[in-house]
Design a protein around this ligand. Structure first.
Ligand code: CMP
Length: 139
């Protein structure tokens, strides 16, 4: 997606505090994609190939028998299947027209290895999600 996106990535919480040079390197790994409302961006059970960060719009994480979770600009998804190689744990569906950035699996892992601050921010968000998932009743 190129260096012109650095000014957008600066406002993404998981990239907060990174120098512009590092943001530029991340932008080089990513592609931006616009999607119409109601697109199923990720399907539960599929093999994971990409990681996503929402730049604009909202999406809902849908898991069978669990409460839906709303994701908005600055949130990420699709990390689980890339990290452990298992199937997509949930479906993620666009509620609105969306702008997302996509990073392929190899580049996603390389980014986390190169940018430990990004990795820690992601772990923090995953811990918060785990707490919410543990506390939310089934139905
Ligand atoms: P992945 O399993 O690759 O694809 C589905 C994605 O939905 C998953 O990665 C997470 O990014 C996201 N997801 C799954 N469960 C939750 C949850 N409880 N809260 C927020 N996001 C989730």
């Amino acid at each position: 997606m190129g260096w012109s996106w650095v000014n957008v990535l600066v406002d993404v919480p998981m990239f907060a505090g990174l120098p512009k040079r590092q943001l530029g390197r991340i932008a080089e790994l990513a592609v931006e994609k616009r999607m119409p409302a109601y697109t199923e961006i990720v399907r539960a059970g599929d093999i994971g190939r990409s990681f996503f960060v929402i730049l604009d719009g909202t999406a809902t994480v849908r898991r069978e028998g669990k409460r839906p979770v709303r994701l908005t600009a600055g949130d990420f998804f699709g990390e689980m299947a890339l990290l452990d190689g298992g199937p997509r744990a949930a479906s993620v569906v666009a509620d609105t027209e969306m702008l997302v950035m996509m990073i392929g699996r190899k580049d996603f892992i390389a980014m986390l290895e190169r940018e430990p601050k990004v990795a820690v921010k992601m772990l923090t968000a995953i811990a918060t999600r785990l707490r919410a998932a543990q506390s939310s009743p089934k139905d």
